[in-house]
Design a protein around this ligand. Structure first.
Ligand code: DP6
Length: 327
């Protein structure tokens, strides 16, 4: 039949961070991680395999991008292998949020691509199997297959079949909100893969990072299952600052923050001191994500908008995993 499907996936934000690979080819992480999947930011991707077509044709937000096309083709190759199909595909993907702004577009992008590609080829894959495939395309994409609170295990096996994400708690069981402070729209400095490689090779803190991750995961898991906001706030800020300290100690040091990022961190901590349930996290870029109880979202947004250097503040709840949409 028609080898065609369309899917949507949303970005996720790690509260307990993934940083470092035990196998770069298979994208196997040195540590497990825990994330929340967002709701109103999305990637929508349409995939059509065309019998007889040799090459993939990839459009991202209406434009072609050679580096991204290569990653898309590498990801489609994994699906074609599973289906024993060798046709090229037409892929059209768009985001409703700034792609270069370090907002985890690769997580939602590859989760949507794997979901749509699986459907288009009629592959009968479980969500766990889709998570494994998405992981091979971009590590954090393993988590966007699922909604709500998600844990991605580092796994033990060399083939990576146990390095898979699983849901911990549904979004509506603890509907926190997220404000994203955009502090720069410049393309990112050092990409995650290169940053992780440099960190593993040169940071003196790499082994401490690995040795302390299990305890952080256990603390976050407990906090999530108990819906203990204060406990989740403390362990999430700790994991974020520890990941950045690890990366800053690489040579040359990786410095993902700008002045406004740091100012936002202080602002979030001042709000929490005043009793507002809010904490921050920052990934491999200068945007700050503030996670809060629903009652606090308006005050959090207003406070972040007021920080000099903040260009815009997005606002979202927590959402579902990758799913089919009508094309
Ligand atoms: C800082 O998933 O983008 O956002 O596996 O090389 O594609 P690759 O990296 P990527 O790294 C995300 C790093 C992070 C932390 C996190 O999301 O856990």
């Amino acid at each position: 039949g028609e080898l065609h499907a369309a899917s949507q996936a949303q970005p996720n934000i790690a509260l307990i961070k993934y940083w470092g690979k035990r196998d770069a080819a298979l994208n196997l992480p040195v540590v497990g991680s825990i994330s929340i999947t967002l709701e109103s930011l999305w990637t929508r991707t349409e995939v059509r395999f065309v019998p007889g077509q040799k090459q993939d044709r990839v459009s991202l937000n209406g434009r072609s991008d050679e580096a991204e096309s290569k990653r898309v083709t590498a990801c489609l190759d994994l699906l074609r292998q599973r289906a024993a199909v060798d046709y090229g595909a037409d892929v059209a993907s768009r985001n409703n949020f700034p792609t270069a702004a370090g907002l985890a577009s690769s997580a939602s992008g590859f989760a949507a691509l794997v979901h749509a590609g699986t459907q288009a080829l009629g592959l009968d894959l479980s969500e766990a199997e889709q998570s494994v495939l998405a992981r091979r395309c971009s590590g954090s994409a393993a988590r966007s297959i699922f909604g709500g609170y998600v844990e991605w295990a580092h796994g033990q096996r060399v083939d990576g079949t146990d390095s898979v994400a699983r849901p911990l708690l549904a979004a509506d069981a603890w509907p926190l909100r997220v404000a994203v402070a955009i502090t720069s729209t410049a393309a990112k400095q050092v990409g995650s893969s290169e940053g992780m490689r440099r960190t593993a090779q040169t940071s003196p803190f790499q082994s401490a990072w690995i040795d302390t991750q299990e305890a952080d995961l256990a603390t976050a898991r407990r906090a999530i299952l108990a819906r203990d906001f204060e406990a989740l706030a403390l362990i999430s800020e700790h994991s974020c600052l520890k990941m950045h300290a690890l990366a800053m100690a690489a040579q040359p040091g990786l410095l993902y923050w700008n002045g406004a990022t740091i100012e936002c961190m202080h602002r979030v901590r001042a709000l929490r001191q005043q009793g507002l349930p809010v904490f921050f996290t920052v990934d491999a870029g200068p945007q700050l994500k503030a996670v809060c109880e629903p009652s606090a979202i308006e005050r959090v947004k207003a406070a972040l908008k007021d920080v000099p250097g903040v260009l815009d503040v997005l606002d979202t709840g927590l959402g579902a995993g990758a799913r089919s949409i009508s094309a």
